[in-house]
Design a protein around this ligand. Sequence first.
Ligand code: M6R
Length: 609
Amino acid sequence: MCGIVGYVGKRNSQEILIEGLKKLEYRGYDSAGVAVYTNEGLQIKKSKGRLAVLESKLGEAPLAGHIGIGHTRWATHGKPSDVNSHPHTDNSSKFSVVHNGIIENYIALKEELIEQGHVFVSETDTEVISHLIASVYEGDIVKAVQKAVTRMRGAFALGVLTEYEPEKLVAVRLSSPLIIGVGEGENFIGSDIPAILEYTRNVYILNDGEMALLTKDGVTLMTLEGNFISREIFRVDWDIVTAEKAGFDHFMLKEIYDQPKAYRDTMGARIDESGSKVVMPEVRMTEQQIRNIRNVHIIACGTAYHAGLVGKSVIEKLARIPVETDVASEYRYRSPIITPETLVIVVSQSGETADTLAALREAKKNGARVVAVTNVVGSSVAREADDVIVTWAGPEIAVASTKAYTSQLIAFYLFGLYLGQTLGTIEPSYVSEVLAEMQQLPEKVEQILSQTGAIKEIAERIVAHKNLFFIGRGLDYAVALEGSLKLKEISYIHSEAYAAGELKHGTLALIEDDIPVIALATQEDLFEKTVSNIKEVKARGAQVIGLNIEGETELAKVADEVFSIPHTHQLLAPALSVIPLQLLSYYASLALGHDVDKPRNLAKSVTVE
Ligand code: M6R
């Protein structure tokens, strides 16, 4: 977690650092800081709280200089505080370090350094790095960083400056993302591309175990052992405005409205011109390799996990292969049975989630083929998987995932159809039928987005409640889980999602007068059973907000009110039914005055286990 930015060039580095950090606040925002080499040497300013606090501090007493590093923090070691904020320095204050990740052996290193006379001021693992570099420095910062890194265990990305060589900025990547921006007479580092996109579109993506020396005149890439690397520049062709709010009040709302485009882009060229076949050249498995698959494991966290639950139903139905979906943080500790005939699908918007990455590595270690579904080209997950299905949702900035989730659903529909058509488990006419329905989804999402009034009104009403429930069966249950997570995440209202048929086995005891129950009933096969479960909660006094497919008339007879989504193929309903739930949580958060895009205690990219 955390965001790193760095600059060396002719311009005022403070401004560039602050602008870059604003683009990285989604990575963490409990404190921020910068170090700049000024006429008075290396100067650090940092503070607890949002970036705006640091910005106003710097407004009162700016740091003038042409080289600097900056950091926005999501606390791991030590509470958010001024002293725990990055950059950290050593006792001589000649070295300065920003860090994303965790140094697993920092306690042992700290004890060793204390014995040598180093004095520590913070509770962080990062401070150890600055002391370690200072302790091995012999006139060459690159060599000192290389030497220090050999002592460190864990996952990290670093930006390092020293007053002794004030024209050099050193960057290191080991399991935490870091990119280098290449400009003219200036160069940059960033945890993510938007941090530097305002200044350059030319980027090097560092791989694990690589580092870079940046001066204003050039970038030298090398391994941590010091072997030089030659690499082609990656030209970023997406626009910075796609990463901005585009007139919406919040990134989340913009991203909800981005969904029709995200659906179209993710389907894109993957549906052949006749509309009867899925084409996935990015999945490089041969037909025989697909035939050899005995089981599928889908692994992900949070919202991506919920997409994986839909993926399970889709693949089992279309390809008739058994699928298990696991939360990544549980997967590798439960000794899963992985064989070379297991296909592992990892799902991650960011492609940097530490738990998901660790599960991916576990799967590979056991000989499984890994397909990644990710939104970030060049992310760690994308680079380590065998095949990569990119969800073309565009950058997702709001912590609450919306368009990434629905694009993951589209990716699962396509992949399920692709497996089914390859294995012959579905008829070509069925593939055409589903694809035709899929191509209509963007318009149907637009239709839902054009009638938000009713959802806003329900949201403003439910915020008076401390608890509520989401219920559904089959695919509706998977969507209920996502609706509940979304609501908790940004409105802080407690909610639970239940398989509707499971309520009577315990949870029904919690249903009392007036408690809101959001009941999803989009699955025709399960409709009658769901209605029976709705009656159970109604009989205990719940107010039921039902969600059905337009044209269906029975739900209104049991629910207090009903919101309808356009008609679609039953399997595709999650791609529509989740939209009102996303809007519900958005408006609830807004009504309660919360920070919609940056909910408390959370960060966009979770790069610690
Ligand atoms: O980047 P990832 O898709 O791997 O992230 C996984 C979860 O951390 C993420 O989906 C999280 O649950 C969202 N904030 C939910 O809105």
